[in-house]
Design a protein around this ligand. Structure first.
Ligand SMILES: [Zn+2]
Length: 390
């Protein structure tokens, strides 16, 4: 078949922290006798991303030097671009329990089998006030990312991890491709350029349009829904997946598009998370990445295009992946097609624009939004889910 996609992983090499080749038994035996630390949902997502190389070049939970370097300058100490710290927060109690241990077993649930061993290089205090303002641009506890930060422990333990097993999942197993598997899938399809699309929502026609605009200039499209922790009022993962499948069945070319799962937890850090999402997708083999309006935003904490402007703070070769910036898109009745303020000269009254609140109200009432806004197959899945939800 054809060559690999030309894009190198961030930092140059794809990290793989899962032990193999007979070392598993020794590590499992060692882990059984180590102090144990049970990870929360977010840290478990980070462990999975670290293990598979989605966070290349990171090889473990970050230490104090890199932590402050990322907060201060959006770069690791060695100069590699990096926008969001990946640290393992622990409470004072947990830190006390670990004591002076140089290695700690990481668990998904209390009493479960160890998933990994952390080689503890350092312990350091988490500067939550600084992290909030640097990463989230606010210290408002109403912000879900800030809230999660302040709910986490005040200390961090850092070091490389050696992974015995990836966190177990019983859902969407066919879509859970690691970066190496995703790169292989691109290779099998002969795609040299691939655009990645991050989403934590059902896809309506506006986002379908962005994806297809991008696909016009690339070989392939990776729809890469984030399936780690999200806000409780976001649409549940299983409902979203049914929507993606319906869309793919009816409207996407099979030889040019695929779905994979991005196991990250959502931070809602807007601009900085857009950079982090792009870097991770580069590790999955994407050469291009769609950045829409208010990417990874929440409430009104970020300006509509802040997540696009932040890319200007990096030299293009620092990130490697090419961001594709899009404006708000819609169906215009005068154009008789999809467009954006960039391509449609008409007025708002000619455009099918619905607020999120309006769409939710319609779906809750069992009413399909206009076909210019939502594919009917997607609308029906959302209506049924809301009905089941009461
Ligand atoms: Zn128009």
């Amino acid at each position: 078949m054809s060559d690999a996609t030309p894009i190198a992983p961030h930092g140059g090499a794809l990290v793989d922290l899962v032990v193999s080749g007979g070392d598993e038994q020794a590590l499992a035996a060692e882990a059984a006798n180590l102090p144990k630390l049970t990870l929360g949902e977010r840290e478990l997502s980070d462990l999975e991303m670290l293990a598979t190389g989605a966070l290349s070049p990171l090889t473990g939970f970050q230490g104090e030097g890199d932590y402050h370097s990322v907060l201060d300058s959006m770069h690791l100490q060695d100069g590699v671009a990096w926008s969001i710290p990946v640290v393992l927060g622990v409470t004072d109690d947990e830190l006390h329990r670990i004591g002076g241990a140089s290695s700690v077993a990481l668990l998904a649930t209390d009493g479960g089998d160890p998933l990994a061993v952390l080689r503890v290089a350092e312990r350091f205090p988490r500067d939550k006030a600084k992290e909030a303002v640097s990463v989230y641009r606010t210290d408002d506890l109403e912000h879900p990312g800030v809230r999660a930060l302040f709910d986490a422990g005040d200390q961090c333990v850092a070091g490389t991890v050696e992974v015995l097993a990836l966190p177990a999942h019983d859902d969407f197993v066919n879509y859970r491709l690691t970066p190496a598997q995703t790169r292989e899938a691109f290779r099998e399809r002969g795609w040299k350029t691939v655009v990645g699309f991050q989403t934590r929502n059902p896809i309506h026609r506006a986002h379908e349009y962005l994806q297809k605009c991008a696909l016009e200039i690339t070989d392939g499209l990776l729809v890469h829904p984030l399936m780690g922790a999200t806000k409780s009022d976001d649409v549940p993962p299983d409902v979203r997946m049914r929507c993606y499948e319906a869309l793919f069945d009816g409207y996407y070319p099979k030889d040019r598009s695929m779905i994979g799962i991005f196991p990250a937890a959502m931070r809602y850090a807007g601009p900085r998370e857009a950079i982090w999402h792009a870097i991770a997708r580069k590790n999955y083999g994407c050469t291009h990445f769609i950045v829409g309006r208010d990417h990874a935003g929440v409430g009104s904490y970020y300006g509509t295009y802040d997540a696009q402007r932040i890319f200007e703070e990096f030299e293009p070769d620092e990130l490697g992946i090419t961001p594709l910036m899009f404006e708000h898109s819609f169906f215009c009745v005068k154009c008789e097609g999809m467009g954006s303020p960039k391509t449609c000269p008409h007025e708002d009254e000619d455009r099918v624009i619905l607020s999120g609140t309006k769409v939710r109200d319609m779906l809750r009432n069992g009413e399909r939004p206009p076909i210019e806004f939502s594919r009917p197959e997607v609308a029906d899945i959302l209506i049924a889910a809301m009905r089941a939800d009461g």
